[in-house]
Structures are given as C-alpha cells and as structure tokens.
Design a protein. Structure first.
Length: 318
DNA sequence: ACCTGTCAAGTCTGG
DNA sequence: CCAGACTTGACAGGT
C-alpha cells in the first residue's frame, strides 16, 4: 500500500503565511468608504491566496502531495451585508495561478466547508445558505482550473432529534444540488452525530465518496470494527482518486474529542496494517494542531517501525 | 510585544 | 424562548 501524507490549510513551519486573514463585520462597518472597504476585503483575499501559493511551494519542496485549502480565503464572502459582491472573478488571476501550480505538481487539493454547511437542516434559509456556500467553493475550484478530482468534504449535519428523518432530508436535499456540485462532494463521519456506518449508508445512497475520520470513529461508534467497514468505504471511491482518511489523536483522556498537537503512530499503524492487504493506495490528511510539523514527526516515527519503506519526505509504502 | 475578549455562519443543551 | 457551549484562528483593543 502506497500512502501519501498531507495536512490542513496552514503551516507550522512557514512563518507569516496565514491563508485566512480576515476582517470583522464591525470593522468593515466602521469604514465610511464602502468601495474602499470592499477593495480591502479583496486585498485580504489576494494575500490569502498568495500565502497559500507559498505553502504549495513549501509542500512541493517536501514532497507533500495532499493538501486542504482554507475555507476562509475571502473574508465576509456570502455575508448578506455585501449583497451580490462577487470577488471570485476579481481574484481570477490569483486563483488561476494557485490552481495551475497544484495541477502542474500533481497535488491532490480539497476544501472542507465548515459546519455551517448543513444539508440535513429542516430550515429553508439554512439550506439555501448551505447551497450558496457549496456553490462558492465550487466556483473557487473552477476559478483555479481544477476538475472534479478537487473535492469539497462535508459532514451530514445535525439530527434535530430524529436522525433517520435528518438523513432522509440530507439525501433529498443532496439530490436537488446541481450535478456539478454533487460530483465534488465527499462525506465524512463526525464525532457526535452521524457515525461511520450511518455516514457510509448515506454516502452509498447518494453516490458520494466517504472520507473516513479514524479519530471521529473512535469517539462516535456503536461497536463497529472500522477495518470491517473499510471494504465498503473504499468502494465508495469509484473515481480514480485513492481513498482518503483523516487522522488525528485525542488531546487527553479528559478531552478525547479534541485534536492533539501530534499524531500517535501506534494506533494509526495498526489500522493501516489491517487495511493494507486490500488497499493499494491511500491518502492521509493529518489533522493535528502542529500541522505539517506533525506530518514530519509522524514520518520520523514511521522510520523507526518495521516493514515500512520510506518513499520520500511525505510518503511511505506498507 | 503580549494579553484578553470577541467574532458571519449552526446545532444542541439547559435554564 | 433564549443564552451559552462547542471550536478555531485571527482580529481588535487594551496595556
């Protein structure tokens, strides 16, 4: 099994390279010249995209081929206060440069619209905002010139006291999305509501690939053996992409759901060894506080293990 | 330079 | 029905 490691949005190594500089509504409102205020938002967006390009260069220098973009590239995008302001065409040159770099380097990039995007919601306004959010993420990927291999990972959402009904609503709402958006969605099990098996069943129904979060599974399950679920999870990856999993370690015994600074190698390795015989390729997204620093430390830990071939700075063979 | 409270968005819990 | 927690990086305003 060939495994590639990646990390999320920002670097612990590259300094002053935030991909999510922002502006609050309060400070935007204080600016008297609205046009100038909007230009400022666009400048922040350009800066975030430029910093992200710096991160991609850093990634390439360290053989990191898997990366998730920040969902906060453009401050206040979608806020009702800004009406029909559409900064994506304004920033098309920056988006294009970023996408071209990723594509040329053969990197796997993605988005993870955050928990305000909920397709299981019973509220029409929340649903519409969620769809708009997905549309914006899709538009950014298109502006980067990337195809449907660059995907948006989301959770199923809340249960509203009746998980079965919520799941049905998710499936119904998903089916109303434009096909282009549908093709770009992956579904991830969460740490409180929709567990791995429930998420898998929904993913199978709507035909979306499932991203397994091993840590979420550890804190939200009904006794399922995740290695036993794996063949079904893997089968949701019908496109050419290798399956992707999320990996992190619990912060502490008293706070098992929070993410630790680094990733424990042992529990990860036992899962990887269990699925290796049936999995030719796997991409791992590391979700640790120390970001790429955690990735490098995990690689050091892999080097000390038996039966692992180190392929380069960010990938191994097992 | 450093510290603390606050922040667009949604959901859930508890009062 | 409403306030606060959840979670997170970064702003904003203070010293």
């Amino acid at each position: 099994m060939i495994i590639r490691l990646g990390y999320v949005a920002m670097s612990a190594v590259v300094k002053n390279a935030s991909p999510s500089k922002t502006m609050t509504v309060t400070s935007f409102s204080k600016l008297l010249d609205r046009e100038a205020a909007i230009r400022k938002l666009e400048r922040l967006g350009a800066e975030n995209l430029h910093n992200t390009l710096r991160l991609l260069r850093h990634n390439r220098a360290h053989d990191i081929m898997v990366f998730r973009f920040s969902s906060r590239f453009i401050p206040l995008i979608g806020h009702e206060m800004l009406g029909d302001w559409d900064p994506i065409p304004t920033l098309s040159a920056e988006f294009e440069e970023l996408g071209a770099y990723a594509k040329q380097a053969g990197m796997r990039v993605s988005f993870h619209p955050d928990h305000f995007t909920v397709l299981s919601t019973p509220k029409e306004d929340v649903l519409q905002k969620s769809i708009q959010d997905l549309e914006r993420h899709n538009a950014m990927l298109n502006a980067m010139g990337l195809g449907t291999e660059a995907m948006c990972n989301i959770h199923v959402g809340g249960s509203y006291g009746d998980k079965k009904k919520a799941a049905k609503r998710f499936i119904q709402n998903f089916s109303t999305l434009r096909p282009e958006i549908q093709k770009r969605i992956t579904l991830e099990n969460d740490d409180k509501t929709f567990n791995a098996l429930e998420t898998l069943e929904i993913a199978e129904t709507v035909g979306a690939p499932m991203v397994l979060d091993v840590h979420h599974h550890a804190v939200n399950n009904e006794g399922e053996d995740v290695a036993e679920l794996w063949p079904r999870i893997q089968q949701t990856w019908t496109n050419e992409l290798p399956p992707k999993i999320h990996v992190s370690s619990p912060k502490s015994e008293s706070d098992p759901r929070s993410h630790a600074d680094y990733v424990e190698v042992e529990p990860l390795l036992s899962f990887l060894r269990a699925i290796a015989p049936m999995t030719p390729k796997l991409d791992i997204m590391i979700e640790a506080k120390m970001k790429d620093e955690a990735l490098f430390r995990l690689m050091e830990d892999f080097k000390l293990q038996e039966g692992i071939v180190i392929l380069d700075q960010a990938s191994i063979q097992l």
